[in-house]
Design a binder for this molecule. Structure first.
Ligand code: SF4
Length: 183
């Protein structure tokens, strides 16, 4: 029996992330390291989701909030790029005696790949305004207990196709892999 974990793109490829001071990601990288060690130790196979932000906005993008991505084109592109993954999931689920999908791993806080937590805010408009206005805009950013755009669409598609696969944080995936010996 092969065990699979479907992971958000930047869990395997941090080059796709918004450029920022890497020190701010130390905690996330530490959790990711623990997850990857378990994956290797337990011989779990990995399937990587696409990174919608890198594909659509590239490496020079600003950090965004969910509100900016909740437009029809972004949602439609997310749906299209998830289609090949969903077809693969369907195939794995067809043979439960051969494959087990342990879950889909989110990046909590991301406007795209968060599942229980995503950043929202009233962002948008001209960056060349005065500093006070920009800071006021920046300060509207907050964490909301809802999925990011990609995860929201993934969840909708899983439900629509009656595919039972859990979406979980990296911490939860560590907990799940630690409980069961998958060798
Ligand atoms: S969009 Fe998703 S995969 Fe891409 S950098 Fe953000 S959290 Fe990672």
């Amino acid at each position: 029996m092969k065990k699979l974990l479907i992971v958000s793109h930047c869990i395997l490829n941090t080059a796709s992330k918004v450029a920022m001071d890497e020190k701010e990601l130390a905690e996330e990288y530490e959790v990711k390291g623990r997850l990857m060690r378990l994956v290797i130790e337990q011989n779990v196979q990995l399937l990587q989701l696409p990174c919608p932000e890198f594909i659509m906005y590239g490496s020079k993008r600003w950090g965004h909030v969910k509100n900016q991505f909740m437009h029809p084109h972004f949602r439609n592109e997310c749906r299209k790029m998830l289609e090949p993954i969903l077809l693969q999931v369907e195939e794995y689920l067809t043979y439960p005696e051969e494959f087990e999908i342990v879950g889909i791993v989110s990046v909590e806080g991301s406007p795209s790949c968060g599942h229980r937590l995503t950043c929202v805010g009233e962002w948008g408009g001209e960056l060349a305004g005065d500093d006070t206005e920009l800071l006021e805009t920046r300060d509207t950013c907050r964490m909301a207990e809802e999925p990011g755009v990609l995860m929201q669409i993934l969840e909708e598609e899983l439900q629509r196709r009656t595919m039972d696969v859990s979406i979980m944080s990296m911490e939860k995936a560590i907990e799940v892999l630690s409980q069961v010996k998958y060798l």
